[in-house]
Write a protein that binds this ligand. Structure first.
Ligand code: F6R
Length: 608
């Protein structure tokens, strides 16, 4: 979703802003812009479409100045045009702002400003913030404090004024903002990806914080102007990991990073002799867990698919009942949640608005709040008391891959940790832990398979308008995930279904050549899945299966096997998703689509 970068330093602001925006591109956007204070005037450049359009303008209109703000916009209020791109300025050209989020009192504010004679140049809610700031007097920080009570909704805003060429003011309520403290320069951004190339010393702003960044330093106050202290943290992210490293797309690179990401996640949470899971110090302490009688998993999208697999892990290993909810539904359905509930928000970004709201709702009801999250210091990280970091590193491709497989690993580790807490561990735990440590090797074998193997799959899928992904048990969520990957990046319609449901409706879709992709590795219900596949085969379906190479009963039945090495049933979902990620990737490449930034999608969905 939208990206923010602000810069105050000694270098020319424009190249720094453009570099920051480039690094934020992965979040998804449809226009971009920047503003700098150049000789006591605010100069704004904006362009619809890709960042290269803005870069072209910056090339044609060189701007100097060491203070500036930049933005990539994902349209909410108003079409993705140049007029609606950020930064937005007030009518007098005194103030410019960039904004992530949505103002809920947009219509009322807009009406009032128009009634008061303020001319508006865009359809955005962001312009209203600029106009309100422009009508106030005093320093930029003072103006912000006076305008804050008039803003309802979610916002992360960075503002500058031509009257204060040495100041940026950043404030948030909802979407994240992080300040980067560099050598003779301070940056502010919507996520750390935009900063790590310049500094790793960061301050995460909290809701209600107003940060005044000047050449004298950083001052943070609350909405009443009272000073607040925020910790300076040092990030452990390697900036090189946010580069493509020779791969054609971030998605492909991230698919290939999965063995390492899994290795790092597993090793981070094993005990000293690597025979069991140690969750001590992560907030999952025995005394906190003693009263837990049920578990709720809340998440969105791919993370929700991880939760569906997590339900199997947690119920089987802890014998506690587990419910899985879309966060956007949970927050409005008055769930039965209380002090006896462990609620785990699963989120790559840690900033998904619905997941955060669901977690907050559960927290207010007294639940023990946990998170499985890929970004240390994110909002989910701060909201939870029990926290497990997936060690996937920055995920830039919009379609989630390595975050998903590390979420599955994390859920299995949490299940094993809770099982140990409940005194249920036996020899099986040691076997699972040993198998988890071997899993990266099996995944490397899947990644080594020649891409030519996917050719037939690409042909079968692109020859049709729709396809079905089928699975059973723990592999049903993998069918959902395979279908989502294909939809997201190839724009071809696909549905995931539990194979046993075929006869209850979807089988009506099957006709000659209709692609059916089955997740058919060796779980106990595989024979039943094969029965379902015979039914679609006899109606003309083209069949692709993810299965072990040696499974003759599968290869006899299908047109193409995407092979995976044999692993224990619990680990099969983690492995079986990889060929489906690659299949979706090859289809999108074949169709010439923008794999890393699919249309209409945002990496971090910070609005409801
Ligand atoms: C799909 C995808 C999305 C996210 C969803 C939740 O490839 O990436 O479906 O999984 O938007 O995001 P997080 O995990 O950041 O909460």
């Amino acid at each position: 979703m939208c990206g923010i970068i602000g810069y105050l330093g000694t270098h020319g602001a424009v190249p720094v802003l453009l570099d920051g925006l480039r690094r934020l591109e992965y979040r998804g956007y449809d226009s971009a812009g920047l503003a700098v204070v150049d000789e006591d005037d605010i100069r704004v450049l904006r362009a619809a479409g890709k960042l290269s359009n803005l870069e072209e303008k910056a090339w044609q209109t060189p701007l100097s100045g060491t203070l500036g703000i930049g933005h990539t916009r994902w349209a909410t209020h108003g079409a993705p045009t140049e007029e609606n791109a950020h930064p937005q300025t007030d009518a007098s050209g005194t103030v410019a702002v960039v904004h992530n989020g949505i103002l809920e009192n947009y219509s009322r504010l807009r009406h009032k400003l128009l009634e008061g004679g303020t001319p508006l140049g865009s359809d955005t809610d962001t312009e209203l913030i600029a106009q309100l700031l422009g009508r106030e007097t005093g320093s930029l920080g003072e103006r912000v404090l006076r305008v804050l009570p008039r803003l309802d909704g979610q916002y992360a805003v960075v503002a500058l004024s031509r009257e204060e060429p040495d100041t940026l003011v950043a404030f948030r309520n909802g979407p994240p903002l992080v300040i980067g403290l560099g050598e003779d320069e301070t940056l502010v951004a919507s996520d750390v990806t935009a900063l790590v190339a310049r500094t790793r010393r960061v301050v995460f702003l909290q809701n209600g914080d107003v940060a005044v960044i000047s050449r004298d330093g950083l001052r943070i106050v609350d909405p009443h102007g009272r000073p607040v202290e925020r910790e300076v943290e040092t990030l452990d992210w390697d900036p090189g990991r946010a580069e493509k490293g020779g791969y054609r797309h971030f998605m492909l690179k991230e698919i290939h990073e999965q063995p390492d990401a899994i290795r790092n996640t597993v090793l981070s949470y094993l005990n000293a002799d690597r025979s069991g899971v140690a969750l001590d110090g992560l907030g999952f302490e025995p005394e906190r867990l003693a009263g837990v009688r049920r578990i709720h998993l809340v998440a969105c999208g791919t993370s929700w698919h991880a939760a569906l697999v997590g339900k199997f892990y947690l119920e089987e290993l802890t014998r506690l009942p587990v419910e899985v909810d879309y966060a956007s539904e949970y927050r409005y359905r008055a769930p039965l949640v209380g002090e006896d509930t462990l609620v785990i928000g699963i989120t790559q970004s840690g900033e998904t608005a619905d997941t955060l709201a669901a977690m907050e709702e559960a927290g207010e009801a007294g639940a023990l709040l946990g998170t499985i999250c890929n970004v240390r210091g994110s909002s989910a990280w701060r909201t939870a008391t029990a926290r497990l970091l997936t060690q996937a590193g920055p995920e830039i491709g919009v379609a989630s891959t390595k975050a998903f497989t590390t979420q599955l690993v994390a859920l299995l580790l949490v299940a094993l940790g809770l099982r140990a807490n409940r005194g249920l561990s036996d020899h099986r735990d040691t076997e699972i832990v040993a198998a988890l440590q071997r899993l990266p090797l099996a995944m490397e074998a899947v990644l080594e398979i020649d891409s030519g193997r996917y050719r037939t799959g690409v042909e079968l899928i692109t020859a049709a308008d729709d396809s079905l992904f089928l699975g059973r048990g723990t592999l049903y969520p993998i069918a959902l995930e395979g279908a989502l990957k294909l939809k997201e990046i190839s724009y071809l319609h696909a549905e995931g279904y539990p194979a046993g449901e075929m006869k209850h409706g979807p089988i009506a879709l099957i006709q000659e050549g209709f692609p059916v992709i089955a997740v058919a590795t060796a779980i106990p219900t595989r024979d039943k899945l094969l029965g379902n596949l015979m039914e679609v085969r006899s109606r003309g379906a083209a069949l692709i299966a993810v299965a072990e190479e040696e499974a003759a009963e599968v290869s006899r039945l299908v047109d193409l096997v995407l092979p995976v090495p044999p692993v224990s049933p619990m680990l099969q979902p983690i492995l079986a998703v990889v060929p489906l990620q690659l299949l979706a990737y090859h289809v999108a490449v074949e169709l010439g689509l923008d794999v890393d930034q699919p249309r209409n999608l945002a990496k971090s969905v910070t609005v409801e």
